[in-house]
Ligand binder design. Structure first.
Ligand SMILES: Cc1cc2nc3c(=O)[nH]c(=O)nc-3n(C[C@H](O)[C@H](O)[C@H](O)COP(=O)(O)O)c2cc1C
Length: 457
């Protein structure tokens, strides 16, 4: 019996702004990032992505400015996630020019009321016929808290407590408010919706009170595909219970494998099965016809790197460029009278300033980075799939649309030749069906227990 090799799920990592994670690259010749506010940028991106066989555009989002490093100036000057469109606004345009490209949209459980959010994402799921996912975040920017009337951020673990109830409200709206046969559109009997097949949810909880019913009938997926990234124990609990696609990391294959196993075990403790979760990493791929060409491209990209944007993104408490590179982070913080914070957590207090700066200023961080020929890149990806145990990547976009074109022209054909991508062109289906083979959440998923039918019996 031939065993089919494991195939790779590929999302294109996007954010509706000039500079998302590769700061300074917007200045590279032919980079289209300055067109982020034009509809044609998004329709162009989506058409290219679909043709390339990309499974989903993954849209990040934040609800404030990174103002910890030097106030507003560095973020604004470097276009570091500001200006930033509402990611929901670009999806219909992309959906209109594609038939099976999916869209994972980031939205926070901390600031928007769950009723409003449930309606917004169901609207997208309806209009795209089930091509939508939700990246669940609780938000980490202090400025976001102040934008929504709070003096300070809600404490980290408390945000996840709220998130758990928020998600429960959503399940009640998405899964439990309307029966599958509620929507009739029946001109003979003169019934748009069967009133006895729709219910209020009457949720009264610690944080939210929502009467319902949901304002939309069941969409193809009802609950959008749930993505989450967590670095903390408390975040992991929420991911293990709810997430169907989890961002994971690791410096070594062993570490990633362990993180995956730990998350799977936590999910199993919530009554879920190992196959109910997919694991993604953020990956950078720089390809050339020869290794030399690929390395030259990396060097070309590096010339644009903007350290100010990177420090702003890292929410650095200090300007690492202005202190002696031989000092440790702890010494630099002490010297500048700054308390231990983001830089200490990110690099460790014993890391030298120069090394930290070097690390923050590079594109080729970590294990999930490959530069070389299509064959060399495919070799790396096969290792990530087979040894580390990942299922998918969020493809880091260095250059719009060079990264996408390189993927289409060089990387995808090599992966396809090796049987490492799903069949292409694929039939239109829902996002969840592309990942798991069914439109609706599995019956082991907690959302399922809120279904109209389950609550009727
Ligand atoms: C690939 C990836 C994408 C992320 N996208 C966002 C985002 O768009 N907006 C956001 O506020 N946080 C985003 N995050 C941060 C996570 O939501 C989360 O805060 C982080 O992984 C730390 O985990 P913790 O909340 O468990 O401490 C992202 C993280 C990863 C790894």
């Amino acid at each position: 019996m031939t065993v089919m090799p494991k195939t790779l799920h590929v999302n294109l990592f996007e954010m509706a702004c000039v500079s998302h994670i590769v700061h300074g690259m917007w200045r590279a010749p032919e980079n289209a990032r300055l067109r982020f506010g034009e509809l044609s940028f998004w329709t162009d991106l989506a058409s290219r992505a679909e043709t390339a066989g990309i499974e989903a555009i993954f849209l990040a989002d934040v609800l404030g400015v990174y103002d910890r490093f030097g106030g507003l100036e560095p973020a604004l000057r470097t276009g570091m996630q500001i200006p930033n469109l509402d990611p929901f606004s670009v999806v219909p345009a992309m959906a209109a020019v594609t038939t099976h490209l999916n869209f994972a949209v980031t939205a926070s459980t901390t600031y928007e009321p769950p009723f409003a959010f449930a309606r917004r994402i169901s609207s997208l799921d309806m209009l795209t016929n089930g091509r939508v996912g939700w990246n669940v975040v609780t938000s980490y920017l202090p400025n976001a808290a102040r934008n929504f009337g709070l003096e300070n951020e809600i404490e980290h673990d408390a945000r996840y407590e709220r998130a758990d109830e928020y998600i429960e409200v959503l399940y009640k709206l998405w899964e439990g408010s309307w029966a599958d046969d509620a929507w009739r559109g029946d001109t003979i009997d003169n019934v748009v919706t069967a009133y006895d097949r729709v219910r209020r949810i009457n949720h009264q909880g610690q944080y939210f009170s929502v009467e319902g019913p949901h304002l939309l009938p069941p969409t193809r997926q009802r609950t959008p595909v749930l993505f989450q990234a967590s670095g903390s124990e408390r975040g992991l609990q929420t991911a293990a219970r709810h997430a169907e696609a989890v961002f994971i990391g690791g410096r070594t294959p062993h570490e990633t494998k362990e993180n995956i196993e730990r998350t799977r075990a936590a999910a199993q403790a919530c009554g879920r099965a190992p196959q109910d979760l997919k694991f993604y990493v953020m990956a950078g791929l720089i390809v050339g016809k020869t290794e030399q060409e690929a390395r030259a491209k990396l060097e070309r990209y590096r010339k644009f790197y903007d350290v100010e944007g990177a420090l702003s993104h890292a929410q650095s408490e200090i300007d690492l460029r202005a202190v002696d590179p031989e000092l440790t982070i702890a010494e630099a913080l002490a010297e500048t009278g700054t308390s231990f914070g983001n830089m200490g957590r990110r690099f460790g207090k014993d890391q030298k300033v120069g090394a930290a700066l070097e690390q923050i200023s590079r594109f080729d961080e970590g294990r999930y980075f490959a530069v070389g020929t299509p064959a060399q890149i495919a070799d790396s990806i096969e290792e990530w799939l087979d040894i580390d145990g990942i299922d998918g990547i969020n493809l880091r976009q260095y250059h719009s649309f060079e990264t996408l074109n390189d993927y289409a022209d060089f990387i995808a054909p090599e992966l396809r030749k090796r049987g490492r991508l799903p069949p292409f062109p694929c039939r239109p289906s829902s996002f969840r069906a592309r990942l798991f083979g069914h439109d609706r959440v599995s019956n082991r998923h907690p959302a399922h227990s809120y279904s109209f039918e389950a609550r009727s019996s």
